[in-house]
Design a protein around this ligand. Structure first.
Ligand SMILES: Cc1cc2nc3c(=O)[nH]c(=O)nc-3n(C[C@H](O)[C@H](O)[C@H](O)COP(=O)(O)O)c2cc1C
Length: 232
């Protein structure tokens, strides 16, 4: 926090509100108990209040996760609530665990989202052959990393066609080539998650590799290739 305060003029801070998953159940419980308002605090200071209301729609999945952002009404409701209490740009992060991500993306845009980031983890599971039981206590959990890249790319491609707001693409990105592919699908910016856990220098390497890979594919500027796979 001290570091952030010292660098507040030369750093872009993106705050992430965790509203999918177990935290959402707690969040909605608090919302109901505080008369329909949830407060987000950073370093003891209230930075945001979300008047979601007592009637916030929520569905509890089999894994115990509270899914609000997987239904159009829920997404629009969260987007409007956040937009009503901040002048900062609001990007809504989308779950891939849906039948069709496009109407949900459109609902966010119509409710005033400034951009979208996608995708979150895919719900997955493994079973231990010896115990014949799920390997994680929660039975199911978020699946991320290299294996989800084609799914993430497909969703970024679909959503780019459906909305006008910018997209941050993520899901299995591990190389400069993947960054370029994500941008061709429609991402204006790209995030790297799991790869950092495998190699803490992954981002530095990807950024370092980009000029060489751009040259290899005759790309003069990254902004020129956003959505490039949709043309022609
Ligand atoms: C250990 C771990 C923790 C995560 N925590 C969050 C989180 O708190 N909020 C969130 O929106 N996404 C969270 N994610 C999802 C990632 O931000 C990302 O959307 C997803 O993992 C796909 O990208 P990746 O394959 O590059 O990791 C988490 C992922 C992992 C692996």
């Amino acid at each position: 926090m001290d570091w952030l305060k010292a660098h507040k003029n030369d750093t872009i801070l993106i705050a992430v509100l965790l509203i999918l998953g177990g935290a959402l159940a707690l969040f909605l419980l608090l919302t109901r108990q505080t008369g329909g308002t949830a407060r987000v605090q950073v370093d003891g200071e209230t930075v945001m209040e979300l008047p979601l209301g007592r009637d916030a729609q929520v569905e509890l999945g089999e894994d115990g996760h509270a899914n609000l952002l997987v239904i159009e009404n829920g997404t629009a409701q969260v987007t409007r609530a956040v937009k009503a209490v901040t002048t900062k740009p609001v990007y809504i992060k989308l779950s891939p665990n849906v039948t069709d991500i496009v109407p949900i993306a459109r609902a966010c845009e119509e409710a005033g989202a400034d951009g979208l980031s996608l995708i979150n983890t895919l719900l997955g599971m493994r079973i231990d052959l010896r115990s014949r039981k799920p390997v994680i206590a929660n039975r199911m959990g978020g699946y991320s990393g290299e294996g989800i890249f084609p799914v993430a790319l497909r969703m970024v491609y679909q959503v780019y066609k459906a909305v006008k707001i910018p997209l941050i693409g993520m899901g299995g990105v591990k190389s400069a080539e993947d960054v370029i592919e994500m941008m061709l699908a429609g991402a204006s910016a790209v995030q790297v998650g799991t790869m950092n856990l495998i190699d803490p220098w992954a981002c530095e390497k990807i950024i370092g590799d980009l000029p060489r890979v751009m040259e290899q594919y005759q790309i003069r500027s990254l902004s020129e290739i956003i959505g490039g796979a949709h043309h022609g």
